[in-house]
Design a protein around this ligand. Structure first.
Ligand code: ADP
Length: 435
């Protein structure tokens, strides 16, 4: 659709052309008259352009165009004015949004820092100034120059932000900070830093409490066990007493197992990540675990098959690895019917990583329980665990040990068919050699 301004312009031009042609025809100077008319028209256009430009430059689009601009030029000026007004409104709206976001970020107790793809700091909120001591001169500096902790630098550069990073504040050692990094845009990063000192202290108190209680209970329990065993060994006990003593012995044994497991767990939690590393050959280790499992199986007569290379060794702590793998093999015994087979297999893949599978043909586990199986005291059903004499801590210990060896526990199972527990060790923990 042709707009009115354009139509007016066209009409004017045609009328002007007609008039000049008529004047030229009557005066006998047809071409000259046409040339003069066209020159005047071009001059008029230049004047309009000049007025439009002056309006844009001088008034900066704040006041409406004056009446100099006619027809199509007036329309163009109105359009520019309209676009400008819309743009201003949008700018004001975005400004309000930005201000609201900044107010929100300021109100946050957590520190929020924006870092560009080169690692230079672009923006931070007020909490970051209090928690990390950022000042306005730090804008544009590399984040790793301001937070220099080697673990933060490694975490930031590595680019794997699936898990948060917990650190003791370098300036205030008592303070525990947790760093979450989120990537967005084209490599920009949003760093959220939380003060988790209170949670950390509570967690520490919980660990200390469990460790202390377990430790304190050990001595009285040893005394009780001693007396119960002595009494149980007495000849000619009335049957009522021997039954009671047998049950007491069983319960004391359960409590001892529980306390030992609790102490093992708290030691694994409090020790630094890897205390003692050695080359642990897998075949001899698994052989001793199978021998122990045969004793646990006793009259239930489970059979064991062990397969995999004799040349495989893991770099780690033998005692911890033995306890982790032994928990899995003993569980396989406890949760499988008598005379079934338990297969233990070690494999390596082309990347040099190793897996130890423990497969049984037992009662299996419903898939809905699998994600929670490694939680402390989580039991699929309390009846079956009580019957097996388990403490509910075995898989929690296994998971902790594997974590300390950079390894991972994967569980697959079918109820009624059997289960497979697989320990995946990364290549840096695997050694292959002739021993
Ligand atoms: P528990 O000392 O009770 O065995 P664990 O932490 O070792 O504790 O195991 C947690 C739960 O996982 C057990 O109570 C049991 O129900 C289930 N479970 C573990 N291993 C197996 C297995 N091989 N087959 C079936 N269920 C298992």
């Amino acid at each position: 659709m042709i707009r009115r301004g354009f139509q007016t312009e066209l009409r004017w031009f045609l009328a002007w052309l007609f008039t000049s042609t008529l004047v030229g025809y009557l005066s006998g100077f047809f071409l000259l008259s046409l040339l003069v008319a066209l020159c005047l028209y071009v001059l008029w256009i230049f004047r309009q352009i000049y007025s439009l430009e002056s309006w844009i430059l001088q008034a900066r689009l704040r006041t409406p165009p004056d009446n100099d601009l006619r027809s199509i030029w007036g329309d163009i000026a109105d359009d520019v004015m309209l676009m400008h007004t819309r743009h201003e409104k949008e700018k004001a709206r975005l400004q309000t949004v930005v201000s609201r976001v900044q107010e929100m970020a300021t109100a946050l107790k957590d520190s929020v820092i924006l870092v560009d793809k080169r690692g230079d700091i672009e923006w931070w909120n007020q909490a970051a100034e209090q928690l990390l001591g950022f000042q306005s001169v730090d804008r544009g500096h590399q984040i790793t120059n301001l937070i220099r902790h080697p673990r933060f630098v490694h975490y930031f550069d590595k680019g794997n932000y699936k898990e948060p990073l917990a650190l003791a504040d370098l300036r205030r050692q008592y303070q525990q900070l947790e760093f979450h990094i989120h990537t967005f845009g084209q490599g920009d990063r949003l760093i959220v830093v939380r003060d988790v000192t209170r949670l950390y202290k509570l967690e520490q108190m919980r660990k200390d409490f469990v460790a202390n209680v377990s430790h304190e209970l050990r001595t009285p329990l040893t005394v009780i066990r001693g007396y119960v065993e002595t009494l149980a060994d007495t000849d000619d006990l009335p049957p009522r007493w021997s039954n009671a003593l047998e049950q007491m012995q069983q319960q004391v044994q359960r409590m001892t197992g529980l306390i030992n497991d609790l102490l093992t767990l708290s030691r694994l939690e409090t020790d630094s990540r890897q205390t003692h590393s050695e080359k642990v050959q897998l075949t001899p280790l698994l052989n001793t675990i199978v021998d122990d499992a045969r004793t646990v199986s006793g009259e239930r007569n489970h059979t064991f098959t062990l397969s995999g290379s004799d040349r495989l060794a893991l770099v780690g702590n033998e005692r911890e690895l033995r306890s982790a793998l032994s928990n899995l093999v003993v569980n396989a015994v406890n949760y499988s019917p008598p005379a079934t087979n338990i297969a233990i297999a070690c494999e390596t893949d082309s990347n040099g990583a190793a897996v130890v599978h423990i497969r049984d043909n037992g009662i299996g586990i419903d898939p809905r329980h699998i994600p929670r199986l490694t939680e402390r005291f989580y039991r699929v059903d309390s009846g079956r665990s009580a019957a097996s004499g388990g403490t509910g801590l075995g898989l929690a210990i296994t998971k902790h040990v594997l974590y300390r060896h950079d390894a991972e526990l994967r569980i697959s199972s079918k109820p009624g068919k059997g289960s497979q527990f697989s320990c995946h060790f990364p290549a840096r923990r695997v050694v292959i050699g002739d021993w």
